[in-house]
Design a protein around this ligand. Structure first.
Ligand SMILES: Cc1cc2nc3c(=O)[nH]c(=O)nc-3n(C[C@H](O)[C@H](O)[C@H](O)COP(=O)(O)OP(=O)(O)OC[C@H]3O[C@@H](n4cnc5c(N)ncnc54)[C@H](O)[C@@H]3O)c2cc1C
Ligand code: SF4
Ligand code: SF4
Length: 416
């Protein structure tokens, strides 16, 4: 493996998360969909490296007021809340309790923000995603729900930069980290990035994983679907795909089980699953058994003073119904994520041992979680399992992208 000299090295050495920030910095790069891999920049570029979260992340000092017990495992957290969107339609259509959408709507309707840059299913090809700038409740509502497939919200950061007033940005933790890096580099963007909201993220499965899963539900040509929803319409809601009048569906657990085994490699060595660079981060408060038909709820973290102020205003103005919660519910809700933080230490160690590129992290304690959270077997697995994956996924070989063009038959084989 060679050094990372430009963006094509990041892609070929499988460090790319697919955020799209390099394509914002260098419009010469084209974001393409490789159905087996993810959304990727096509082309060579050095400027893009300055904002790339794929090659590594760095925390500066913790902000004043960060809860000391959470800092090492979860990054800066000023306050923890649990609750839901006050608007029942948002709450029901959303992924968890609709906190991301409700807060974004508040920012646009009451806090003077121009719009919300985020992700929605592509209108022409609903099994792919596109970046949109929503400006109304109806537009936000149409884009609710987690999409467990590649999406590059940072490829639309130019729309925030060009907006006449500050905007909200919603994305996965790597997207948000990249957006903030880009905002530091480009003051015009920094001035317009009014609020960042990160959704918790355990990993992005490939598009091919979605298509294959739809096939298992009995639709022979998954590319013909008119809509795909991964969850929502209930909590967590069902995976649903529709062709004309025919709808097939599966439980959230079954769909996630099928999709997660085809996460992009970079997610296995991701240390930030909870949006540590965001103003606000949202996830599922799964610290207790959820009875069937319980309406959705969100776990909400204020990570900056700006985030906390907007959350408090959204509560006061009736957009969010949130109550302060014990910091303990974070680890109780996401026990796997703390283990993952430890396992990443073993995985990075093993990949480097084999000469495979790995991201560099500063300010992300991991070794202590590897030691404390993992059993002896899990510790061994974090190393041995990674060595196996390095060979099985051919990580020592450079990746050759296969961009999908709309008139092509999508491949059926699993490439990486
Ligand atoms: C790939 C992936 C992995 C996830 N892993 C976890 C996890 O480990 N733990 C957990 O608690 N929750 C996870 N989630 C779910 C998500 O973090 C929660 O549902 C979160 O609480 C958001 O709920 P909400 O009701 O506030 O969102 P909503 O109000 O429904 O809003 C969701 C927002 O997310 C945006 N969005 C959807 N999909 C994507 C995407 N792929 N990339 C960027 N933006 C997107 C939408 O545009 C929308 O603005 C994951 C979601 C995704 C997409
Ligand atoms: S992680 Fe983002 S910035 Fe880095 S190469 Fe991939 S798309 Fe570009
Ligand atoms: S697991 Fe990490 S790298 Fe992968 S998509 Fe989620 S935030 Fe990005």
């Amino acid at each position: 493996m060679s050094r990372i000299r430009d963006i094509s090295d990041v892609v070929e050495q499988r460090l790319c998360t697919g955020c799209g920030a390099c394509a914002y910095i260098d419009p010469g790069l084209e974001m393409v969909d490789d159905l087996e891999v993810g959304r990727r920049p096509l082309g060579r570029s050095q400027p893009g490296l300055q904002v790339c979260p794929g090659i590594g992340l760095e925390h500066e000092a913790m902000p004043a007021g960060a809860l000391p017990d959470l800092a090492a495992g979860w990054g800066p957290v000023l306050a923890v809340y649990e609750g839901y969107a006050a608007d029942p339609e948002i709450r029901s259509l959303a992924s968890s309790g609709g906190a991301a959408t409700a807060l974004a709507l508040f920012a646009v309707e009451r806090a003077g923000m121009y719009g919300v840059l985020h992700i929605a299913a592509r209108r022409d090809i609903p099994w792919l995603n596109e970046t949109i700038l929503s400006r109304s409740r109806a537009e936000l509502l149409a884009a609710t729900g987690s999409r467990y497939a590649p999406a590059s919200p940072c490829d639309g950061l130019d729309r925030i930069e060009a907006a006449p007033a500050p905007c909200v940005f919603i994305g996965k933790p790597c997207d948000v980290a990249a957006a903030h890096r880009a905002a530091r580099l480009r003051p015009a963007l920094g001035a317009r990035l009014g609020l960042s909201i990160a959704i918790f993220c355990a990993g992005t499965p490939s598009t091919a994983a979605t298509l294959d899963f739809i096939r298992t539900l009995g639709i022979d040509d998954p590319t013909a679907v008119d809509s795909v929803r991964y969850r929502g319409r209930g909590w967590p809601g069902r995976f649903r795909a529709r062709v004309g009048e025919r709808e097939v569906s599966a439980t959230y657990a079954d769909s996630w089980h099928a999709l997660q085994s085809r996460r992009q490699w970079r997610c296995y060595v991701c240390a930030d699953h909870t949006g540590e660079f965001a103003d606000v981060a949202v996830g599922d408060p799964w610290y207790r058994e959820i009875p069937e038909n319980e309406p959705g709820r969100s776990l909400v973290l204020a990570r900056t003073e700006r985030g906390r102020a907007l959350i408090e205003s959204a509560i006061a103005e009736g957009y969010l119904v949130l109550a302060p919660a014990s910091p303990d519910i974070l680890a109780a809700s996401q026990p796997e994520l703390l283990k993952t933080r430890g396992a990443v230490w073993g995985r990075i160690w093993a990949t480097r041992l084999l000469g495979v590129a790995a991201p560099r992290y500063r300010g992300f304690p991991m070794l202590r979680f590897w030691w404390r959270e993992l059993s002896g077997w899990e510790k061994l697995q974090s190393v041995i399992g990674t060595i196996r994956r390095v060979f099985r996924k051919r990580l020592r070989h450079r990746l050759k992208l296969a961009p999908y063009r709309v008139d092509e038959e999508p491949p059926r084989s699993h490439r990486s």
